[in-house]
Each structure stands twice: as C-alpha cells, then as structure tokens.
Design a protein. Structure first.
Length: 159
C-alpha cells in the first residue's frame, strides 16, 4: 500500500505528508518488535483518513467507519480507531462525548502507529518532552493522558 490511497479518500496534501512522516517513524519503531509490518504500514498511512471529513477528535471514529465500509482488515480499522493521543479509556471517552468504549491501543501494531503519530508534529519528528509540554499546555499538567503517553513511550523504547 502506498500513500496515493489517501488521494482516493480526498485527504489533503498536508495529511498525506503527515502520514508519510508517521509511516517512516512507525517503520523505525517496528524494527525492535516482531509485528505485522504490513499492518503497521497500512495503519500509519490510513490512521488519519477520517480527517478527510473532520479535524475533530471524531476523525478516528469516522476514519474507522470509512475503512469498515471499504472492507479493510479489522486490524487496520482498530489502529485508526485507537490512535488518538495515547489512547482513551471508556470513562474519558464519555467525557469527550465519544461512544462509551475503550479507545486504548492494544496490539503492538496499534501502539506503534499511535506513538509514531505522537512523535510527529505536523511533518517533523519531535521528542517526548516536546509532546509532554504541548499536551500539558492544552490539557493541564495532571491530565491522565500524560501518564498513558509516558507509559506507551517507555514500553516501545524499552525504558
């Protein structure tokens, strides 16, 4: 699969460039894991397909629906649905007006794409400290997502 599929979904050139950067980072992270690289690559390319319809947090759900309708493998659908932030537990999803269920990445393929997306700001790779500062400014220093972010980072980078 290559990035031109995003043109078929009417994604902007920005999303295509961002997805390419996420793809490169996801492939780099994958080197340290025994994962389905086809799923990682497809998930990295398609993780933001819902942004063809909305820029809101709902892009993950909309993207998952788009992929379901096009009969993509469930593994790719789940990567798209669960890639928001460092994942969102059911209780937090309810407060965000998302359908009440967990949106936490479970498989290593999901975790890799989720965190590769976190480590790309627009199209540039950034550090964990950069993300923490950005999220703290947006959500507050004690937001539960920061703990999930650090845990995910440590798990993938064996810290």
């Amino acid at each position: 699969m290559n990035l031109t599929i995003l043109e078929d979904f009417k994604c902007s050139s920005y999303i295509i460039k961002h997805s390419n950067a996420v793809l490169k980072k996801a492939k780099a992270i994958s080197k340290d894991f025994d994962v389905n690289l086809d799923h990682v690559e497809a998930g990295a390319i398609l993780h933001d397909v819902g942004r063809s319809k909305t820029q809101s947090i709902y892009h993950a759900l909309i993207g998952a629906e788009i992929l379901k309708e096009k009969e993509f493998p469930i593994e790719i659908v789940k990567i798209t649905e669960r890639h928001i932030g460092a994942g969102i537990p059911k209780e937090e999803a309810i407060t965000l007006n998302l359908p009440p269920r967990d949106y936490l990445p479970i498989t290593f393929e999901e975790k890799i794409v989720t965190h590769a997306d976190n480590l790309i700001n627009d199209t540039k790779e950034v550090s964990l400290d950069f993300i923490i500062k950005k999220w703290s400014k947006k959500m507050g220093n004690n937001h539960a997502s920061l703990e999930r972010l650090i845990k995910l980072h440590n798990e993938l980078f064996n810290i």
